[in-house]
Write a protein that binds this ligand. Sequence first.
Ligand SMILES: [Fe+2]
Length: 209
Amino acid sequence: MATLAEQQTYAPKKFDLSGLQGISDNTLTVHFGLYEGYVKNTNLLNEQISGLIASGSAAGSNPGYAELKRRLGFEYNGMVLHEYYFGNMTKTAGSSAPAKVQDCVAGTFGDFETWKKDFSAVGAMRGVGWAIAYFDPTTQRVNNHWITLHEDGNVAGYVPLLVMDVWEHAFLLDYKPAERSKYIESFFLNVDWGVVNRRLEAAKAGRTP
Ligand SMILES: [Fe+2]
């Protein structure tokens, strides 16, 4: 029978993205390395937390346990958000968003371009974090949200449709620090709208894509 730590061990995923528009292979190589660091640290933290559970020391009053759990929020969300981000880009992008995606965002924002302007504006906010377009299963609407670091701002129960990393490591090898807007324009050139559409259809059906 697998140990608790083994049951909570993750393997880094591979993404074939070489040749994106405006996001260099060098940036991707560095970024994949950072992502694998999040996976490694998630596994390490889960291993340490499992040890405390096994020894009967997993108590909220234990500062060591509490600190590990707080760090896990950072590393775990860092792992998961990068998988969404790499997963919603493709080197063969080129088509516009499918009608179902356009209709869905228009249901909240009036039209696709207004949604895109808002999403881009979220991504251009000062600070380190993420822009995420979420599907709200309750209202069937799409909302754009800012996530600070990896763990502050994720909306419970909402489903990420489009995830954009705006930490500086995502673009600083290709653009100047003040050129985040150029990176955001490049990001949109590489969006895999087929993936976004599958996420939307799955969210509407109440299942994972
Ligand atoms: Fe990143």
